[in-house]
Design a protein around this ligand. Sequence first.
Ligand code: PMP
Ligand code: GLU
Length: 400
Amino acid sequence: MELSDRAKSIPPSITLAVGAQVKELKAAGKKVIAFGAGEPDFNTPEPIVQAAIDALRSGVTRYMPSSGTPEAREAIAHKLQTENNIECSQANISINAGAKMSINLALMAILDFGKNQEVVVPTPAWVSYKPMIELAGGKMVEVPTEVFSGFKCTPEELEAKITPNTKAIMLNTPSNPCGTMYTPSELQAIAKMLERHPEVYVLSDEIYERLIYSDVQHLSLGSIPEIAHQVITINGLSKAFAMTGWRMGYACAPEPVAKAMNTLQSQINTSITSFCYATIPVALGLHEEVEAMRQVFAKRAKLMFALIQQWPNTECVEPAGAFYAFPKISHYFGRTSPAGREITDSVSFTSALLEETGVAVVPGDDFGGCGPEHVRLSFACSEEQITEGVHKICEWLEQF
Ligand code: PMP
Ligand code: GLU
């Protein structure tokens, strides 16, 4: 029996696959230092956990409206108005099972099959964008960026890829996997360009907005009045609130798009888990806890970058946000590893590294653009792990 072309065309998520492989190796008793998972190693703050327990105990265990509770929608709209300067109301909000689902639903709400619709994405970009665009019937058009320009593209480079088939552009700042951010003036320039394309949606993935380690301010594209009607802002609770397993994301979109997302959700998975809605107003009100985690990540970012700079023959941009470093390691392609393995690409590099040192990183291939010349290291782990693991990689590279 044949599977659908759709199922056959979609690769598994490499970021999740590396995480699963590390868990298996650890379960088998192997010592692994893992820089794979893009998830905070902190526990979810207690007030959030308590809010879910209280909701559960008070019997919030039945089907919920697909648009979510008014309290949760109001809390998100209030956060976006006050922290991001986005003019919005409850009617613009869709609450979904992770920002991943928010992006999927937003793409399903704006893309059609069989119409050659394109979504322009600067790459390297998060591994799930391409499959999500394709599952919704579109085609991803890459705007390749490089390590020397901090993985950023100009408005001109973006505009050069806009055609009559362009339905949307997707921007992710701070960036997974690059760890870099666009400055407010760079985003203003991109917005100016987008004013000339009022029919193009902008998916602005701001899931790492609270994890910033430089003095660059985060600017939400949805706060720029001239393009606000084009912007779908994506965010979620996974990263800033250490809630990856809760699966809670949201979008703020023009009203017809938000409504369509909620209707799609009503047929796909109804809503998020009933008792999780009560955690949203609580989480969005926690500032000290989030700031404390950010400060820890900021120290780790500095430490990891300083240690990576000691690696021979590699290049890396200092992480300004998110929790990833994305060094270029292509110097080692065509060489033989210390234990005699042929290194032909980033995948053979990462598997030799894991076999020979017990350190897990993510190969850059599935991030697109120059990604195949890079590997991704998440610094969402302890300083001891960073010191030991990044140093081990250095010793390994010195033996090539
Ligand atoms: N966007 C980016 C750029 C991400 O790195 C992630 C993390 N997986 C997500 C969206 C989705 O996060 P989640 O589904 O856990 O909310
Ligand atoms: N976004 C995280 C990462 O890139 C989590 C895994 C995923 O959903 O891809 O590692």
